[in-house]
Design a protein around this ligand. Structure first.
Ligand SMILES: Cc1ncc(COP(=O)(O)O)c(C=O)c1O
Length: 333
């Protein structure tokens, strides 16, 4: 793994890993001290609760190389709180904030030599697993758990082209009451729909709009933009509350843009595409802010505005990435 830094830029996102993994375990009563182990040395029993009953959740965040060479996690507190909420929803032991902060800091320090320079970054994947060895515990939570932070030096996540997104109005991404929980099963449940959209429409992703109102895509939130204006679905329990979404809305408000968090119907979405300056984008830690060129609604292509990354997307993306690498100051609420 010593060549992680150089290979990360060309390897597919998330396939190269730092060699050192900070980990702590919960024995049913107490968390162990965090320790660093070789990433490829960790093993779990095949009877682990997480492998049978889905008792696992995770986070996705990034640490960025700063102007002065130091490495800083972006809004780690938000991901830590979200992981704690996910743990609670899945009846997993909730890790204390200080332990999560320590593990994140250890993951950065221990893998510092593989952090790529901007636009690359160190993607951090905190992962909490139910580890009780009990395949009879279908209706009992796991008392024990493992918590680690996997580090992955990454480059771009999205393909370089403008995205084609299929709008799915019938099937939700996942069970609505678990939409804001970041657990692996949510992603697995969406795979069939995403794969079908790719096969039938060459779609890069699916925008889920159950009941005819847009929510989010399979791995990012969704925004409509034009200069001075941004619209996105209001937070609800049925989709993930993205840190990137929140950050971009704060930036837009700081620029005195009109920021609307309100329901957007699929009809409004298709009408939006007709506006000459219309833009649409996916917002997420991995995606950052990725321009959508085409929305596929009812099997028909709708080009979004000029079908190119527009000035609103560029302005917010540049601001966000400059803040992340310490080139620009901003205090997020
Ligand atoms: C389903 C889903 N929605 C939204 C997001 C965006 O969240 P964040 O900006 O915190 O990365 C992600 C990204 O991880 C995601 O997987």
């Amino acid at each position: 793994m010593s060549d992680s830094k150089t290979s990360a830029a060309s390897a597919p996102f998330g396939t190269v890993f730092g060699a050192r993994l900070p980990i702590a375990r919960f024995d049913g009563e107490n968390w162990s001290a965090a320790e660093i182990v070789p990433t490829d040395s960790v093993s779990f029993g095949v009877a682990s609760h997480c492998l049978h009953y889905g008792s696992e959740c995770f986070e996705g965040m990034k640490a960025h190389k700063q102007q002065d060479g130091s490495v800083k996690a972006f809004r780690a507190d938000k991901n830590i709180t979200r992981l704690q909420k996910s743990a609670e929803s899945l009846c997993l032991p909730v890790p204390p904030t200080e332990l999560l902060e320590e593990l994140v800091a250890m993951a950065i320090d221990a893998n510092e030599e593989v952090v790529p320079s901007s636009p690359g970054s160190l993607y951090l994947r905190p992962n909490l697993l139910g580890t009780d060895l009990n395949i009879g515990a279908a209706s009992k939570p796991s008392k024990t758990a493992a918590l680690y932070v996997l580090a992955s030096p990454v480059g771009a996540y999205l393909p370089p082209h403008m995205l084609r997104i299929q709008v799915e109005s019938n099937i939700p991404r996942t069970t609505p009451q678990f939409g804001q929980v970041k657990c692996g099963s949510n992603y697995a449940m969406a795979l069939g729909v995403i794969r079908k959209a790719a096969a039938e429409f060459q779609a890069d992703q699916v925008l889920f709009a159950p009941g005819g109102f847009i929510e989010e895509t399979g791995a990012a939130n969704f925004l409509l933009l034009e200069e001075g204006h941004i619209i996105t679905a209001p937070l609800s329990g049925s989709f993930l509350h993205g840190v990137t979404r929140d950050s971009l809305l704060q930036l837009a408000r700081s620029l005195d843009w009109k920021v609307e968090e309100r329901p957007v119907s699929v009809e409004e979405l298709t009408a939006w595409c007709q506006r000459p300056n219309a833009e649409a984008a996916l917002a997420g830690t991995a995606a950052i802010l990725g321009g959508v060129g085409t929305l596929i609604v009812g099997g028909e292509d709708h080009q979004v505005g000029a079908g190119e990354t527009g000035p609103a997307t560029r302005t917010l993306r540049d601001m966000l990435t400059e803040i992340q690498v310490g080139k620009r100051d901003f205090s997020f609420a």
